[in-house]
Structure formats: C-alpha cells, structure tokens
Ligand binder design. Structure first.
Ligand SMILES: NC(=O)C1=CN([C@@H]2O[C@H](COP(=O)(O)OP(=O)(O)OC[C@H]3O[C@@H](n4cnc5c(N)ncnc54)[C@H](O)[C@@H]3O)[C@@H](O)[C@H]2O)C=CC1
Ligand SMILES: CC(=O)N[C@@H]1[C@@H](OP(=O)(O)OP(=O)(O)OC[C@H]2O[C@@H](n3ccc(=O)[nH]c3=O)[C@H](O)[C@@H]2O)O[C@H](C(=O)O)[C@@H](O)[C@@H]1O
Length: 467
C-alpha cells in the first residue's frame, strides 16, 4: 500500500480550494487516503464500505490477529452477510489493508474515522480511555487539511470538550486548520453493510461549518440514504445516544408489563402486539435482560457525566437489570412448588451471547443468570454455538450434541440462536417429574414443548398459555 500523503496524489478536503465535483472525484479515485481506527463488528464493515467507495483505506487495530486476518483477505467478524466476500475483494485489489500501528495510520490518512470501543466502567462511568489513546495517536500524525470523524458512540459534548482540545494540543494545529466532526454509527450487527449503505439517514455534525460540509460530502458518497446535517457535533452525539435511551426505556416498559402477566391473567405479548397496531404505540419486546455494549451502556453516557437528574433512565436500567432475577425467582418458585429446591437443580441456559447471531457477550443476560443461579448452588450449564470458550460465565459449557445424554431439571431459552431449532424437545428429559422450560424470548413452539410433556413458562405470557 503506497502512502498518499500530501505532495503526491493526495487531495485534502478540509479548506479545499477545489470544487465539490473535483473533491468527489478525488475521493472516488483513491487520492484521499482514509484511516479507520477500530476494525471490530462495526469498524470492519465501515472500513470496507469506505474502501469500496474510495479505494484507499488503511485500517488500524491494536489486535494483531485482526490485522493479520484482514491483510490475508479474511473477515474475522461473523454473521455479516456479504462482508467476507467484500473484504476479500477489497484486500486483493489493494483498496483495503490494515496495520497494528495506529501511528502509521495517523501518518497515512487525510480522513481519520474513529470507531473503537466506548464502554463503561464497573462504576457505570463512561470509559473513554481507548478513544483518548486513538485521538493521541491521530494528533501525532495530523496535518492541515485533514479531518477527524468520530463514529463511535460517546457522551454528548465529548467531541467538543475532550477530543478537540486533545487533537489541538498533540498536533499543534487548531480547528480551522483541520476538521473535526461526528457521524455516529447507527448500524446493527447482522445487517451492517445494508445499514451503512443506507437503510436510514446518516447523521453528521461538525465542530465548524467546514467540518460539517466535508463530512456531508464524504457520507454523501458512502450512503444511498440521506445525510442529515445537524447543528453541531454535540447534537449528532445526542441523536445517537437518544436512540439508545429510547430503546432501553421502551424495553423496560415491556419488561415491567411482562412481569404483570400472571397477576393480570393475560398474554401480555398479545396485548402489546395489538396495542402496537396504534401508530403512536411501539412497545418493544420483554425478555430475560438487555445485553450488548450499546443499549445497556448508553444511559450511563447521560446519567453519569451530567448533573441534571435522570430518574427515568435510572429506573429503566434497574427494571432491565432485574430481569435475570425475575427468571431466577420463577425457577425457584417452580422447584419450591414441587417440593424441591433450586440448589438441587441442574439448569441449562440456551444462548450465551446477548442476541442471536452476534458473537458478543458484554452485558449478556446469561452472565447474570449463571452468576445468580450458581450463587443459589444450582448446577448451571450453557450452550452457545457462536462461542468457542465461555470462561466469563459461571457455568459448564456443553455442545448441542451433549444434550442427548444429559438430564436437566430446567431449560432456559435466553438467546434463541437459529441452531436451537434442531433441538428435539421430546428427547430432553428430567430424572424425575416434568422438565421445566422457561422461554425468555417467546421463541418456542408451545405445542412442541407441551406435547413433549414439559412445563412451559414464557416471559410475558405466564405459565399456562395454550396448555
Ligand atoms: N456493535 C454495534 O452494534 C454498534 C456499535 N457502535 C459503536 O461502535 C463502537 C465500536 O463498537 P464495536 O465495533 O461493536 O466494537 P468491537 O469490540 O466489536 O471492536 C472494537 C475494535 O477496536 C479495536 N481497538 C481497541 N482499542 C483500539 C485502539 N486503541 N486503536 C485501534 N483499535 C482498537 C479492538 O481490537 C476491536 O477490534 C462503539 O463505540 C460502539 O458503541 C455503534 C453502533 C452499533
Ligand atoms: C435502536 C436500535 O435498534 N439500536 C440498535 C442496537 O443494536 P444492538 O445490537 O444493541 O441490539 P438490540 O436489538 O438493541 O438489543 C440489545 C439488547 O436488548 C434486547 N432487546 C432488544 C429489543 C427488544 O425489544 N427487547 C429486548 O430485550 C436484546 O435481546 C439485546 O440483549 O444498538 C446499536 C448500537 O448503538 O450499538 C444500534 O446501532 C442498533 O441500531
């Protein structure tokens, strides 16, 4: 991969004297080198889409295995339709390559796209240490005419008050000499290429007007959808976080209503489905918890850094975090009702990642479930076809094949991977009495479970639908 820094074929976009048409032509012809920092579930598809458009992307990732796999034309991200083929094509034609040295990428790119993890700490504070490290790397290679685009999700005001001063101090340049903007990634794993290509508008907010203009021009070439330019960088950050807050609060509403199913004596899922026929109603789906490193984390990007009280966000987090406990209590009550105890039980968790088809375990409900069940001395087992190792979980790993000759007292459907459709429920048995099946995601065929003679409890439905 040759270096296209200014002085050769490179064409800076920020403060460019060229026409927009010339800038777009330069972008499309490989004269605008792009550096993408973070080649994970979001960064790799994004780098690929940038490379497809600009033919000149250097990805940077601190994980040597990620870099090595990419440079061999392999796609380390699972479950993204079209991505393996696209990565292979782009690497073979020289449009995409990777380095384990972010400093090399900082020297290389004119456009610097940042999409690294922005997790929270154990104390529920935003952890921007990785972002800080990348920004320091970029600052060391930043040149006049460059632009930095923050795609990772960050607390509002981060770009204006944390990223900008850091870039200015490490580069010795000021905004006005380089650009800085926010274009939050709104994509979902499992449909990343479709989403990035344009399932919905891209949102762009610049630290200054020229940054907004350049970023709008770039994403206008990347996406088929609209590019919505908002007032400033902080507004763009807030748009992304607000989407996640809406989802967490809405899921909490569904979960709270689901816990009422037994007392109401109705199928709450049916009530939700019919309520949602009203165009102003969009109650989400209840479940055994809310996982991933997005939805459960984003509320803390507002709760922690700001003084304004956020009782709704905190209550929603508490409701969603209580759902694994709701499942454990259901199991305990079931065993108690039959005269046994959870401490004598052998319990199987089906699905350990946070949602089907995505190889991510952060904040997965199964983490809390395994921990809480183990604390009650239950024997806990877990199956997940997406995971090679389950060291983070307090349970014993089983394969789907292992289920044939095992006896369980209860099975909990936490994350219904499509591989579980092959389970022969009539072959699952308990040493004595009925197997108790708790369906956390309304994923099972009721008749199949009850015809097999098992007891079924579905979150949101209660214990006796269809039987
Ligand atoms: N996963 C998702 O569904 C979505 C995630 N996002 C946001 O995108 C960002 C990234 O998320 P994911 O791609 O899911 O994370 P990920 O954990 O899948 O990938 C992150 C990648 O960054 C690399 N990395 C870590 N430190 C680095 C550094 N200092 N320099 C360069 N690379 C480094 C890691 O090795 C890893 O390959 C986060 O801010 C997240 O909130 C936004 C929309 C959707
Ligand atoms: C509004 C929205 O759909 N946001 C998406 C979300 O993707 P993510 O991969 O986190 O999946 P998700 O479907 O939100 O699920 C998160 C968690 O919530 C649970 N969940 C989800 C929806 C629901 O009705 N009930 C429910 O319990 C899921 O099981 C999972 O454990 O968060 C992504 C992100 O911001 O990282 C975002 O880009 C995605 O578009």
């Amino acid at each position: 991969m040759t270096n296209h820094r200014p002085g050769t074929k490179s064409t800076p976009l920020y403060n460019s004297d060229h026409s927009s048409e010339h800038q777009i032509e330069a972008l499309q012809s490989g004269s605008v080198p792009i550096s993408v920092y973070g080649l994970g579930k979001m960064g790799l598809p994004l780098a690929a889409m940038y490379a497809k458009t600009t033919e000149n992307v250097l990805g940077a990732d601190v994980d040597p295995a990620v870099v090595e796999e990419l440079n061999e034309g392999h796609c380390h991200v699972k479950g993204e339709p079209g991505l393996p083929e696209l990565v292979a094509e782009l690497v073979s034609n020289g449009a995409l390559s990777a380095t384990a040295d972010p400093l090399e990428a900082a020297e290389y790119g004119i456009v610097h796209v940042v999409i690294v993890p922005t997790p929270i700490t154990a104390e529920h504070e935003p952890d921007l240490s990785i972002l800080d490290a990348v920004i320091d790397d970029i600052g060391s290679g930043l040149e006049a005419g460059d632009i930095v685009i923050i795609e990772c999700t960050v607390p509002p005001r981060t770009t204006a008050e944390r990223v900008r001063p850091a870039l200015e101090s490490t580069s010795g340049l000021s905004v006005g000499e380089f650009g800085l903007a926010v274009c939050p990634e709104r994509t979902s794993s499992g449909r990343a290429l479709r989403d990035i290509r344009g399932a919905y508008p891209k949102v762009v907010g610049g630290i200054d007007a020229e940054s907004g203009r350049v970023t709008e021009l770039i994403y206008g070439e990347l996406t088929d959808a609209d590019v919505l330019c908002v007032s400033d960088a902080t507004t763009a950050e807030a748009v992304k976080v607000f989407e996640g807050l809406y989802r967490d609060v809405n899921i909490a509403l569904a979960n709270e209503l689901a816990t009422m199913a037994d007392e109401l004596g109705i199928d709450v899922l049916e009530a939700i489905e019919v309520a949602n026929t009203q165009p102003y109603c969009d109650i989400h789906r209840p479940g055994p918890g809310v996982g991933g490193h997005c939805i459960p984390f984003y509320p803390y990007f507002v709760i922690a850094p700001f003084e304004t009280p956020t009782p709704l966000l905190e209550t929603a987090r508490a409701v969603n975090d209580s759902m694994p406990g709701f499942v454990v209590e259901k199991l305990r009550a079931e065993f108690e009702a039959e005269g046994t105890t959870i401490s004598e039980a052998s319990i199987l968790l089906l699905g350990l990642t946070y949602r089907p088809g995505v190889e991510e375990i952060r904040a997965s409900p199964s983490l809390a479930l395994a921990q809480q069940l183990s604390e009650q001395d239950a024997s806990v087992y877990g199956v997940d076809p997406m995971l090679e190792s389950v060291g983070e979980f307090n349970l014993q790993r089983l394969s789907l094949a292992d289920l044939e000759d095992r006896l369980f007292d209860a099975v909990v459907v936490v994350t219904p991977h499509e591989e579980f459709e092959s389970i022969q429920w009539d072959e699952l048995e308990r040493e004595s009495g009925q197997l108790f099946v708790l369906d956390g995601r309304d994923a099972l065929d009721v008749a199949e479970i009850t015809d097999a003679g098992h007891r079924l409890y579905t979150i949101g439905v209660g214990g006796d639908r269809g039987v």
